[in-house]
Design a protein around this ligand. Structure first.
Ligand SMILES: [Zn+2]
Length: 166
C-alpha cells in the first residue's frame, strides 16, 4: 500500500464537548445516516440499511445502520432490537464466508454520529490493524480493485438476500 493510497486520518474531535451540538445530533437534526444518498446504500434489510463503501478500512467492511434514527440498541423495544441484530448477523455471516476472515469484529460506537449502526470488520493476519483494535474511520482507497469491489457487491447481495452464506 502506498502512502497516497492510504487516506491520512487523524481522529476527529468528538462532538460531545459541545453539548448543544451533541443534543442536536442525538435528536437526529441533520443526521447524515438519516439522509444517506441512495447511491451509498448497498441494500436494504428488514430493520437496517447497509453500506459497503469502496473506500474501506479493510476489504469486506460493511456498516449496518438502523432504518430510523435511534441512538442506542437498548433504546429499541426487544422485538426491534432482535430484528436489527438479525440483520447484523445476516451481513456478518455473509462477510465472513465471502472474505474468509479469521475473525469478524463488530463495533457499535456512534461517538461521531449517534445513530445506531454496527461496523462489520473482517480481520486477517497481516491486516493494517494487526495487534490493535480496528478503526473503521481509517479508510484506504486501495481496499479493492474496481473488479474486486463489483464482485464483492454482487456476491454479498446474493448471500444476504438468498442465504447462500450459511
Ligand atoms: Zn439518524
Amino acid at each position: 500500500m502506498t502512502d497516497a493510497a492510504r487516506r491520512a486520518s487523524t481522529p476527529p474531535a468528538l462532538p460531545w464537548h459541545d453539548s448543544v451540538r451533541w443534543q442536536h445530533l442525538r435528536r437526529g437534526d441533520g443526521c447524515p445516516l438519516c439522509n444517506l444518498p441512495p447511491a451509498e446504500v448497498a441494500f436494504r434489510l428488514d430493520a437496517a440499511i447497509v453500506r459497503v463503501p469502496a473506500t474501506a478500512c479493510v476489504p469486506g467492511y460493511a456498516c449496518v445502520i438502523h432504518r430510523r434514527h435511534v441512538v442506542e440498541l437498548h433504546h429499541l423495544a426487544d422485538d426491534e432490537a432482535a430484528a436489527f441484530v438479525r440483520d447484523v448477523n445476516r451481513v456478518a455471516a455473509a462477510v465472513e464466508q465471502l472474505t474468509g476472515a479469521t475473525k469478524i469484529n463488530l463495533l457499535s460506537l456512534g461517538n461521531l454520529v449517534p445513530h445506531l449502526h454496527v461496523h462489520i470488520c473482517p480481520r486477517r493476519p497481516g491486516d493494517p490493524f494487526e495487534g490493535r483494535v480496528i478503526d473503521p474511520g481509517q479508510t484506504r482507497t486501495d481496499a479493492y480493485t474496481p473488479t474486486e469491489y463489483a464482485d464483492l457487491m454482487l456476491r454479498l447481495r446474493a448471500a444476504v438476500h438468498f442465504g447462500s452464506s450459511r
